[in-house]
Design a protein around this ligand. Structure first.
Ligand code: PEP
Ligand code: MN
Length: 338
């Protein structure tokens, strides 16, 4: 249920509505828009049917949200959300944000080399996994806290922000201590306990779409995080499983306009994991920018041949520079900057 306040509603009227909602045992979530204030009501809504809130002064209308997700919906928040990444960087506005770096943090030298290269190429955020979700238990699992420390050091040396994956509820505080943005990977998109935990944080969360998740399931996963009070969620389309085997996954480009219609949350595109080959990164990045994505997350490695994970899809630093140059032209064509 959402309660739309009149444009001229007073603070007292607003406080009264909040008090009434709480008195009914429901949880109010406030969305302060440019035009008006909207209150989302979370919890069993039957109480509201018995005690209508329309009659309270300052209330314009009370509407049910028919979609299964509420707080992520455009009905709840008509304006686009802009997520503050700290350090003066914001994601969701005219300026696109590029996150780039290796799939895994492997050692100090390669991380620093990559961080400097992606910074030169125009990225604002350094990516790199310290906890790796690998299909095989015998594959490299990540440097764990040592990797997080290296990311923080590389960020300090370059002025980049850091995004890194959190795999397990036991490591929430550890990862949050080092990361500016906490990544929830595709394989954990429906790890509901993990989603609730990052919902308790007040740090931005990059939520990747599950390998076989529908857009509704994706938005419901985001709803878990918002329902705990963390509204700083960035959605990431990273390709889904289809019958096609030429690419690692199929980049669902239509997810961007569909999500933009249904939700206020920003969306970034991952052209690396979707295509699965460095050759497709540029074209898919361009497509993402053209279709309205708010940012890109791209894998870059100084020597992809020796990469401990995802070498085939990693760009050489010099290729990253040319991919960025092309994507910048597309951004300009659609009225954005990159
Ligand atoms: C990654 O970003 O390195 C990663 C593991 O991505 P995904 O969860 O999309 O597979
Ligand atoms: Mn990877």
């Amino acid at each position: 249920m959402i309660i739309v306040m009149k444009p001229g509603a007073t603070k007292r009227q607003f406080a009264h509505v909040l008090a009434r909602i709480k008195a009914l045992g429901l949880k109010p979530m406030v969305s302060q828009g440019t035009e008006r204030t909207i209150i989302g009501v979370i919890g069993p809504e039957d109480a509201l049917r018995v005690q209508p809130l329309e009659v309270i002064p300052g209330v314009e209308k009370v509407m049910p949200v028919l979609k299964p997700y509420k707080l992520v919906s455009r009905e709840f928040k008509p304006d686009d959300s802009i997520v503050d990444l700290g350090g003066g960087l914001k994601l969701g506005g005219k300026q696109l944000v590029v996150m780039a770096g290796p799939c895994s943090v492997e050692n100090r030298a390669m991380l620093f080399e990559t961080a400097r290269a992606v910074k030169r190429g125009g990225a604002q955020v350094l990516r790199g996994g310290a906890f790796k979700p690998r299909s095989s238990p015998y594959a490299f699992q990540g440097l764990r806290e040592e990797g997080l420390k290296l990311l923080r050091d590389a960020a300090k040396a370059t002025g980049l922000r850091v995004v890194t994956e959190l795999l397990d509820t036991r490591d929430v505080q550890l990862v949050a201590r080092y990361a500016d943005i906490v990544q929830i990977g595709a394989r954990n998109m429906q790890n509901f306990e993990l989603l609730k935990e990052v919902g308790q944080l007040r740090k931005p969360v990059l939520l990747k779409r599950g390998l076989s998740a529908t857009i509704t399931e994706f938005l419901l996963a985001a709803e878990y995080i918002l329902s705990q009070g963390n509204f700083k969620v960035i959605l990431c389309e990273r390709g889904i499983r289809t019958f096609e085997t030429q690419t690692r996954f199929t980049l669902d480009i239509s997810a961007v306009p569909v999500i933009k219609k249904l939700s206020h949350l920003p969306v970034v595109i991952d052209p690396s994991h979707s295509g699965g080959s460095w050759e497709y990164v540029g074209p898919l990045a361009n497509a993402g920018v053209a279709v309205g994505a708010d940012g890109l997350i791209i894998e870059v490695h100084p020597n992809p041949e020796t990469a401990l994970s995802d070498g085939p899809q990693s760009l050489l630093p010099k290729t990253f520079v040319s991919v960025m140059r092309d994507a910048r032209k597309v951004a300009r064509a659609v009225g954005r900057t990159l």
